[in-house]
Ligand binder design. Sequence first.
Ligand code: NDP
Length: 298
Amino acid sequence: MSLGPAAFLGLGAIGAPMAARLARGARLTVWNRTRSRAEAFASAHDVRIAATPREAAEGAGVVVTCLPTSREVEALLDGPDGLLAGLAAGALLVDCTSGDPAGSRRIAARLAERGVAFADAPVSGGTRGAETGTLTIMVGADEPTFELARSVLALMGGRIVHVGPIGAGDALKAVNNAFLAVNILALGEGLAALVKAGVSPRTALDVINGSSGRSFVSETLVPERVLTGAWPRTFRLALLDKDVGIARELLRDTGVVAPLLDLTGELFGRARAALGESADHLEAIRLIEAQAGVEIRG
Ligand code: NDP
């Protein structure tokens, strides 16, 4: 299936494998802030490189963005080389950033003035899901925009769900990732204690994964990344900290008292300060290990 001209902006850890899938089904132009990354991508895929966001958007029916936060997406809109200078009326911007609902609503309003449609479409499934095209994609948009976005998103995801109006995708993604953050801390603390109590972490996980305490963190992330000591860097802790912040804001805005997420946010904020901007999200467990004086390996 060919979608005609499309553009992808933001070839980061998850953006690059998503763009690679998109390039198989659309005539794709890519833009990345650091050009060398776009060049490396173009040497492996059949894509054109744009010099600016404007150039990427010119002639594209669909533009996909995947940047750290809504703030960076908003910042790409303006100026002589910005997206708004290149987007034609009738085009669609699909933002796969795990953004924030208010930011997405602001972006959508700016685009609507030019007759450009917008959908927030954050993704879940990690870099592996992006490589295999099996991502879950949660879309906030009106119904006609969702139908437009669906065909392009289907090239990158396995499960494309319309979850509500603009901003709803961001809200759901943030809550999902808040659960991820809670589970990482809970597993780290619990397993550290079990190791100190003389239980092998692999035995502990075998039992937990056949019991009611299991989660994606216990079934996949801890066995693959912590027990092995591999600590691959695929999703930055700084980005998960950002997601917990968005979830906390959502709970505040909706009047839900959230002591658990508030504490999780504080702990991830501290982990980010201690481990820096490039650490992987699972590395929060390293701090628990250091404090407890154990390593969860086996
Ligand atoms: P990375 O940090 O790996 O990449 C960020 C991308 O954004 C790079 O292309 C970077 O360009 C670009 N960028 C950063 N700042 C700016 C800026 N000011 N202006 C223009 N471009 C900028 O992030 P990921 O790819 O991991 O994540 C992207 C989004 O996807 C985030 O919202 C994240 O939360 C979400 N996500 C990530 C997952 C993962 O497993 N990694 C899973 C699910 C969601 P440059 O190359 O120049 O630095």
